[in-house]
Design a protein around this ligand. Structure first.
Ligand SMILES: C[S@@+](CC[C@H](N)C(=O)[O-])C[C@H]1O[C@@H](n2cnc3c(N)ncnc32)[C@H](O)[C@@H]1O
Length: 234
């Protein structure tokens, strides 16, 4: 039996039998999740879109004309939100036109207004060299990282692995950001989170943890949001 308070029995698919317990639980959670339905209705590729929407609605990271690098972008819902909010699709002819470059080690299917680098490991020097080429000297306003490693289930190890990705995005952000820029980094909370927070605070005037309502309460996921990049001394 599945231990869940699942109420939507009328939506229960008939083919639950034969699935593993964890797969059944995942499916039931998806069906009961209002963000999944909302994402489908609004044509977002996944429910993660609402994490960025909620953070941006609260902290106003993205604005028309901004240049954004989205790390760990597949399947692409953050990129969909970003292209819209920075006006990379030129839908609003009166506002400045932004730019979004999306990177993921998995393929990313085309997204109008975005420059995609699918099948690329962001942490590889060659990937970052390619990004620098694409930026062609243009400074970045926002670096997003929703990168997540494959979870092993061993919390300490997963925490360490995701921190490695977050530091990689941070190092890149320090290199390419304009003064006043922001960075948003996903981590799974753990004992080294405060170290990352302290390290970020050396370079940004405002640093805070953000846990948007769309981020499941039972998950260790949290976001470090740093704003007002101080710039690097040359
Ligand atoms: C939670 S998903 C991102 C979801 C995405 N923000 C969206 O809204 O569609 C995490 C992603 O990080 C990517 N990832 C993990 N390690 C990576 C790396 N070293 N380089 C590039 N992408 C990576 C994974 O392939 C995965 O697609």
């Amino acid at each position: 039996m599945i231990s869940t308070s699942y109420q939507l029995s009328k939506q229960l698919p008939k083919d639950l039998k034969g699935r593993s317990k964890s797969s059944q639980e995942w499916l039931i959670r998806q069906l009961a999740d209002p963000y999944v339905e909302k994402a489908r209705m609004l044509n977002y590729r996944c429910r993660s879109a609402f994490k960025l929407i909620e953070i941006d609605d609260k902290f106003s990271l993205l604005a028309p004309g901004h240049c954004v690098v989205d790390c760990g972008a597949a399947p692409g819902s953050w990129t969909q939100v970003a292209v819209h909010r920075v006006n990379a699709t030129r839908k609003d002819t009166k506002k400045p036109v932004g730019r979004v470059i999306a990177v993921d080690r998995n393929p990313i299917y085309p997204i109008e207004g975005a420059i995609l680098m699918g099948g690329v490991d962001f942490t590889a020097p060659s990937a970052q060299a390619r990004l620098l080429e694409l930026l062609d000297g243009k400074k970045v306003d926002v670096v997003l990282s929703d990168m997540a490693p494959n979870a092993t289930g061993v919390h300490a190890m997963d925490h360490e692995n995701i921190l490695h990705l977050a530091y990689s995005a941070l190092r890149f952000a320090l290199q390419v950001s304009c003064v006043g820029a922001s960075v948003l980094l996903k981590i799974w909370d753990g004992r080294e989170s405060s170290r990352l927070e302290k390290d970020i605070a050396k370079f940004y005037k405002q640093v805070r943890f953000a846990k948007p309502p769309a981020s499941r309460g039972d998950s260790a996921e949290t976001f470090l949001l740093a704003r007002m990049f101080k710039g690097l001394k040359s």
